[in-house]
Design a protein around this ligand. Structure first.
Ligand code: ZN
Length: 232
């Protein structure tokens, strides 16, 4: 972590801090209301949101704090009118991702076009650990499961079918203790409870509730961390 040049008291991961400083050097200082947050602070925000003692108890500009937040990784900043800021900061890797969170920007070095004057893609094969089941993560799953690598999960997905077969073969069961039906369905980040997600969570060693929550999922984060270490 590194303290921001223009914002004493606010820290970010080294590369994110370097990028934000560079953005402000080129385009002027912007208001920063939050940056890196230790997990303890994040937990406190979640508590204050879930147990409000009145509106004054919620910090200004606080939207529902995510259980899996990029603030705890030091790659998120809260700034007013984030969407407008992102028109410029986007080329520095600072992107506006969530319409419902109007103050929130996140840094991804893959989009940081100004770094060293050239594009700097993320290290080959490294997935962003953003807890979102996106194209890159799906592609890596497809690669490891030996199915076509199109980065998409279709309605009846070959990749999900292969995943179901693997879970069955390795003895991971649904909540009734039964093998999964191999139908290629039920693995989407849509907040719905499915048997496939439940068995997959047991496979990943995370608490099984059968749900890949939106917009971020602790299960997908664990999956990305595992893929970055090696294989599914
Ligand atoms: Zn935020």
């Amino acid at each position: 972590m590194r303290t921001l040049a223009n914002h004493p008291g606010y820290q970010l991961r080294d590369d994110a801090a370097e990028s934000w400083d560079r953005f402000e050097r080129d385009h002027g200082k912007h208001q920063v209301n939050s940056a890196f947050r230790p997990q303890s602070v994040q937990n406190e925000l979640i508590y204050r949101y879930d147990h409000p003692r009145g509106p004054q108890d919620r910090p200004p500009n606080l939207y529902k704090p995510a259980k899996v937040s990029r603030h705890t990784a030091g790659v998120a900043i809260d700034t007013p009118n984030a969407k407008a800021v992102a028109n410029i900061s986007g080329a520095y890797g600072w992107r506006f991702l969530f319409e419902y969170d109007a103050v929130h920007l996140e840094y991804d070095p893959a989009y940081d076009r100004h770094k060293g004057g050239t594009a700097t893609p993320t290290a080959p094969g490294k997935l962003a650990e953003d807890a979102i089941l996106g194209q890159g993560t799906i592609r890596r799953m497809q690669h490891d499961l030996g199915t076509p690598e199109d980065g998409k999960i279709s309605k009846a997905s070959t990749m999900v079918g292969a995943l179901q077969r693997r879970l069955n073969a390795q003895g991971f069961r649904d909540w009734d203790g039964r093998p999964l039906k191999v139908d290629g369905k039920g693995f989407n980040q849509d907040g719905k409870r499915t048997r496939t997600v439940y068995a997959f969570q047991k496979y990943m060693g995370v608490k099984p509730d059968g749900i890949l929550s939106k917009p971020r999922s602790a299960t997908i984060l664990a999956l990305q961390q595992r893929l970055n270490r090696g294989h599914l």
